[in-house]
Design a protein around this ligand. Structure first.
Ligand code: GLU
Length: 286
């Protein structure tokens, strides 16, 4: 088996999969098969408030129904929190992250008072050490945010941050892309409640799992800007990105999302559809 092509499907077990997830999973699987490479499944279950083991079980069952197979064991992010802590510690030691004590309410109010109500990328920076000590003593919860300014200084600018897009971003982005992490602002790397957040866990795992090619929906294209920055700061390899078009809901024409309810692979299965039929409908010919 070739290890020169390794991809992964990385669902969050917050509900049943829908057609859009099926497309993504099959696309990754088919690409790995074509390249004689490896296909992995990673369960992104760090958000303990929304993820459920029964959703994970249903997801794996749906993937098998689709006719896919993957390497065992699957990597479950909730079992690897120490890996993300280590990465965070490395950034902390370089002075690239800071504690943010703002509450959701503070952030919502700031967004409301912004001109035209637009939500700007958050830029904060550490608070005064005396105040920080007081709040820590009081046990006030905090998130860890990446300081874009500190990162910019550490890397002497972001001009060297590029990545290869071999698929297509939402605006047709393709080819060698200049990353613009400053657009995202000081993103949260470790949430108050669960101690880590998506971008950090994702880049650490992509590296630890030896992922060479990330196949995912174009709604995640913007994540590359910050993920490319984290790869540089943590000295991790950058995979090739292959974003694909989104499958739209057939009746509403909107993009599909788990939280919207509606048709899931479970509904299709209950209606008697086979995995092979769905694969064919989605344009895959095996
Ligand atoms: N867990 C993310 C999701 O379900 C996917 C992240 C990724 O593929 O990078 O949307």
């Amino acid at each position: 088996m070739s290890t020169s092509f390794v991809t992964r499907f990385a669902p969050s077990p917050t509900g049943r999969l829908h057609r859009g997830h099926a497309y993504s999973a099959i696309k990754g699987f088919a690409a790995a098969r074509k390249q004689g490479g490896r296909f992995l499944v990673r369960i992104e279950d760090i958000d303990t408030t929304r993820c459920r083991p029964e959703h994970e079980a249903a997801i794996l069952d749906d993937l098998a129904w689709l006719g896919l197979s993957w390497e065992q064991p699957v990597r479950r992010q909730s079992e690897h929190l120490a890996d993300y802590d280590q990465a965070l510690e490395r950034l902390r030691a370089q002075g690239l992250v800071y504690r943010c004590f703002k509450t959701r309410k503070d952030l919502a109010e700031a967004a409301l008072s912004a001109p035209h109500g637009e939500v700007e990328a958050f830029r904060g920076g550490p608070i005064h050490p005396n105040e920080e000590d007081r709040w820590l003593d009081e046990g006030k919860p905090f998130a860890w945010r990446l300081s874009i300014d500190a990162a910019h200084e550490a890397l002497r600018g972001f001009h060297k941050l590029r990545f290869d897009e071999k698929g297509e971003g939402p605006g047709g982005e393709h080819g060698r892309i200049q990353a613009r992490p400053e657009l995202a602002g000081d993103v949260v790397l470790a949430r108050k409640d669960v101690g880590v957040a998506y971008h950090l866990a994702c880049v650490v795992d992509d590296a630890l799992q030896g992922v060479t090619d990330v196949v995912r929906g174009s709604d995640l294209f913007e994540a590359c800007h910050i993920q490319r920055l984290l790869q540089a700061l943590l000295e991790l390899p950058t995979p090739v990105y292959r974003h694909h078009r989104l499958i739209l809901d057939k009746t509403t024409g909107e993009r599909m999302a788990k939280r919207k309810g509606g048709e899931t692979l479970g509904t299709l299965r209950d209606a008697g559809m086979t995995g092979a039929e769905l694969r064919a409908q989605l344009g895959f010919d095996w």
